[in-house]
Design a protein around this ligand. Sequence first.
Ligand code: HEM
Length: 459
Amino acid sequence: AKQESVLLRPLGTAAAPGQELVCVFGTGDMGRSLGLRLLQSGYAVVYGSRRPHSCGPLPQGAQATGHEEAARSAALVFICVHREHYDFLETLAPQLKKKVLVDVSNNLKKNLYPEANAEYLQRLIPGAHVVKAFNTLSAWALQNGPSDANRQVYLCGNSDEGKQAVAEVATKLGFTVLDKGSLSAARELEDFPLQLFPEWRMPLRVAVGLTASFFFYLLIRDIIYAYVDQGKDVSFRIMVSLANKVFPIVSLIMLSLCYVPGVIAAFLQLYRGTKYRRFPDWLDRWMLCRKQLGLVALAFAFLHVLYTLIIPIRYYVRFRLSASTISQIKENRTSVFDTTLAWRADSYYSMGILGFGLFLLLGITSLPSVSNALSWREFSFVQSKLGYLTVFFCTFHTYLYGWDRFLQPYGYKWYTPPAYLLSLVVPSLLIVLKLLLLLPCVNRSLMRIRQGWERNDAE
Ligand code: HEM
């Protein structure tokens, strides 16, 4: 059948001398954005379409023609068509032979098909060099340019020359290229846009779990106990007092949880006498989400600080203060200044402030743009040394806040320990274990193992 072609520019003059012609199959959002970007970067673009004269507005300067003709005219073809419509490509196998086909497709769900879209395409047209690329960028990101969106283009494929050709185009469009290897990586690339905060899932679950547990624990101890034991309704305390216990407690525990896997890993290496055995999966996964654990903990610490700031303007606090002042006047009493109490209060505030300051620093250095500017030694200095110092300050803040409260029998309502004591378990254990690892004899063994030395009995 004779292919009708609609030329916005005559085909013969499509590519000026030195201008490379690129073909795009598909005139949907992705095809149009890609075409526009290619044109802006100096390529000539020809669209391959079923209905070249009625495929809607195309970027200015592009031409549209039938698939066969378009395929023949360029060495590089972007396939911006849904996988469900790939079968028509099989009929174009002769024209597409030896061409570089760029599969930019995505699916709506994971594991929808037994093989990746790009592998399927390669099977349909075995003679072509199929390269999976650009699928992690949205049409929107392509249009807005790299300054406003993700700069990275992942690609994979079995043909080195094919990948080279696509990498050149991507670089010219202003993206940085990351080669993920052979076409068997296509599935991973296709799943990439479908991920939903994978590394945040565990930290958020931990945060929700701890928050709910401590909320109910404190609800029973602080509100229900007062009601049952003394018939007092202090339910208003849920809003600020309770929140200002739950948030710092969860924050402190989660901050410590960032450092626990490192300590477990060190003890595991000491026990095994080698660094060459894999860590259990759960430990690996735990290590990989430390940054997110820390950032959630920082958010909770921030809430604690905000709640603390409003303590002086709370009605309840002002009421209690004036009531006590009035009763002192009435009863002609004066309270004595307690230096120990002043020291204690100022010290725990100060520790909290120092802890929070360092915590912010940890958060800032975990941002990619900042951490990329640091050397490995600088990064590990901040995240490890200053990280432990943060844990120490925050833990000390809580110990000073508690002071001798754990000795008071009234603190153990219904035989339950005060919540702040529970929050101290993980950080205290962490600090003790870390101190053990810092003992010169232990530290020396660990350093030797980390430099590659193996104990004789290590498997
Ligand atoms: C308790 C202040 C930072 C953990 C408190 C309390 C205050 C306070 C006033 C007592 C609250 C009450 O009476 O209910 C501050 C200030 C900080 C700071 C001014 C920094 C600007 C932190 C940080 C952490 C933390 C960074 C940990 C990550 C705790 C814990 C408690 C506490 C666990 C005990 C909660 C309870 O059971 O009542 N802090 N804090 N604080 N703070 Fe902080």
